[in-house]
Design a protein around this ligand. Structure first.
Ligand SMILES: [Zn+2]
Length: 392
């Protein structure tokens, strides 16, 4: 079965290309924000819903107006794609996967998407519309032979690094069907704990990076506002942030691939359920972001490899129910890591007990045909991939 897969590489634009990209990013951002405003106004003022087709017509008019004529200086394709991105953001909002779309900021991650009619691909080199020379791409892993990208997204992160993401259709073979199954819980001490007792992703793994970040932030704070040195220190902070994000994502990819490869059925709690336990600490906020990205990876990898991801999106008492005898505690505060069941006397590790319960609920739910929605999380707290990438 053909599946969509994105390949992302670092890219080093020439000065001329960087200049054109800066203008393109600016125009895409302008169009996105303009369309978001138009959609919001149309709805609140007239109760109308504007979609891509109407907005594309309005965009053509916008380019003819004198004060926004500069929009015609860049390729029209990425501008239209911005309207498509907005359609997706609204669909995610209406279907309960994300919050209401927000304006794109000048200092966040910048991106422009080129559909197949706006780039040239000769099997080796990629040239974007309005560019004379191909992009200098650092091919850190090979693109599968014979594929042709269906769309290309070029982006620039807060640390001034450029990336290109090539979307291709690829034949991904399902893995042989196995019979192992696992429940996962997000711990505060380790990122993931499995129902068979494995823990992964100890946050102290990132402690070194966080020290570096704190140091860079202190230096930045000391520099005079508006000075060149402050701008340099700011970039340094952004670079440390980017490095931490890279390492975390890399780690999550390895772990999600391993779990999907090793198990036929993977059961998890949705973030919506997780947030029923309100806790506003920073550590929790960071682990939540990590969790939603991790769940997203599990979902699409499960689809690629023919595995089942069971999301539990109703509230079950996974932590305070004794897995062994079913006894329920009245209350279990977050600081209690270990507890002993008053009914059967079994000593529990908090997270392991929860993971076992999640597996049990997930298996029951999938056997009853309930709640199994591959690739769909009902998490209101989800943010768009764009704002998730923008760490400031
Ligand atoms: Zn018990």
């Amino acid at each position: 079965m053909k599946q969509k897969k994105a390949y992302k590489y670092r890219v080093y634009p020439t000065q001329e290309q960087a200049h054109l990209l800066a203008r393109t990013f600016g125009c895409c951002r302008y169009v996105y924000n303009w369309a978001l405003r138009a959609r919001t106004d149309a709805f609140f003022q007239r109760g109308e819903r504007l979609y891509y087709t109407q907005l594309a017509v309005l965009l053509t008019d916008l380019k003819k107006q004198e004060e926004t004529a500069w929009l015609a200086e860049v390729s029209s394709v990425p501008l239209q794609q911005s309207l498509r991105h907005l359609d997706t953001a609204f669909r995610n909002f209406f279907e309960g996967r994300a919050q209401y779309p927000t304006f794109h900021k000048k200092h966040g991650v910048q991106a422009a998407t080129y559909a197949a009619n706006a780039f040239r691909w000769d099997g080796k080199k990629l040239t974007l519309a309005r560019m004379e020379t191909p992009l200098d791409i650092h091919w850190s892993r090979p693109l599968p032979k014979g594929v042709k990208p269906t769309s290309v997204t070029i982006s620039k992160d807060c640390a001034d690094r450029y990336f290109v993401s090539l979307l291709v259709e690829e034949d991904i073979k399902h893995l042989p069907v196995g019979n192992s199954q696992v429940g996962l819980d997000l711990g505060l001490k380790s990122m993931v704990i499995t129902s068979d007792g494995h823990t992964s992703g100890n946050p102290t793994f990132f402690a070194q990076d966080e020290k570096k970040l704190a140091k860079a932030q202190r230096r930045h704070a000391k520099k005079k506002r508006g000075s060149q040195n402050r701008r340099k220190a700011q970039l340094k902070v952004a670079r440390v942030h980017a490095k931490i994000a890279d390492r975390r994502r890399d780690y999550q990819h390895k772990l999600s691939t391993k779990i999907i490869r090793e198990n036929q059925i993977v059961c998890i709690e949705s973030l919506h359920v997780k947030n029923m336990v309100k806790n506003h600490s920073l550590a929790k906020a960071i682990s939540d972001v990590g969790w939603s990205e991790f769940v997203r990876q599990l979902a699409y990898k499960a689809q690629w490899y023919g595995r089942s991801l069971v999301k539990i999106d109703k509230w079950y008492p996974s932590s305070k129910r004794c897995f062994d005898c079913g006894h329920m505690l009245d209350c279990l505060t977050l600081d209690i890591r270990h507890w002993t069941c008053p009914e059967c006397g079994v000593a529990h590790d908090r997270d392991l007990n929860a993971a076992k319960n999640i597996l049990a609920v997930g298996l029951t739910a999938s056997a009853c045909g309930e709640m199994v929605r591959p690739g769909r999380a009902k998490a209101r707290t989800g943010t768009s991939p764009r704002s998730r990438k923008a760490h400031s």
